[in-house]
Write a protein of this length. Structure first.
Length: 236
């Protein structure tokens, strides 16, 4: 119960509240939450800040943007960055990453179009990407059945350090030759000169095209080798 929180417990109570907040919280808002005056809250914030600083803790309390928020300590930035990146990679399987790359380059795109490029059904990976906020529904296609169109989200841009979709690397830069570059343009819906396409028996499979999209987007490999392509990531 809030009425049972003493002034001595106030710093710890504020820490708990800020821990679950995803944005700065002002002293005025905290005062309303705890039914205390702003001066007592400010004293408690200063005390919490002192405890964190003097206790050699992994987090800090900072006053930013008109409020207070907990941050990881700058001394551990590289460690936190390494963990977060590795954690994020483990969360998406190869299939999900392939699907995400295809959607990023082909958006807006339907499930059937994604599956056609990958060569396998993509309902599961698309569902995963929607659930995790990387992909969103972006209307319906003006085709029979009006299938749902999918596109990437602002979360996708944030996670992969992109200002906009225009910042995606050019897939053709990763093609081993012009014929494969033309095939990439064809698979992604761009105009293509059919006489330059490789012979059917030399043409990369849909799975290989999806792998190329994944490699280009996430930097898994520097140059595409369709025969020996591997990915350094864990499956879900």
């Amino acid at each position: 119960m809030l009425e049972d929180i003493s002034l001595e417990q106030l710093p710890a109570a504020i820490e708990a509240l800020l821990f679950v907040s995803d944005e700065p919280v002002s002293a005025v808002v905290l005062a309303k939450m705890f039914d205390e005056n702003v001066e007592e809250i400010e004293l408690a914030l200063q005390e919490l800040q002192r405890q964190l600083d003097e206790g050699s803790r992994g987090i800090q309390l900072r006053e930013v943007a008109g409020g207070w928020r907990l941050y990881t300590h700058p001394a551990f930035h590289e460690l936190v960055e390494k963990y977060v990146l590795s954690w994020d990679t483990r969360r998406l399987s190869s299939a999900a990453l392939e699907t995400l790359a295809i959607i990023a380059y082909s958006q807006p795109v339907t499930r059937a179009q994604v599956s056609a490029i990958r060569g396998v059904t993509s309902d599961g990976p698309i569902g995963t990407l929607v659930d995790r906020g990387y992909v969103r529904e972006a209307g319906t296609a003006d085709t029979p059945g009006n299938p749902t169109l999918y596109a990437t989200t602002a979360t996708f841009l944030e996670k992969y350090g992109l200002g906009s979709i225009a910042d995606l690397p050019d897939l053709e830069e990763f093609a081993p030759d012009e014929k494969t570059a033309q095939l990439i343009r064809e698979r992604l819906g761009a105009p293509v000169q059919t006489e330059l396409l490789p012979a059917e028996n030399d043409m990369p499979t849909p799975e290989q095209m999806a792998a190329e999209a994944q490699a280009a987007l996430f930097g898994v490999v520097e140059k595409v080798d369709f025969d020996n392509l591997t990915f350094n990531m864990d499956e879900e």
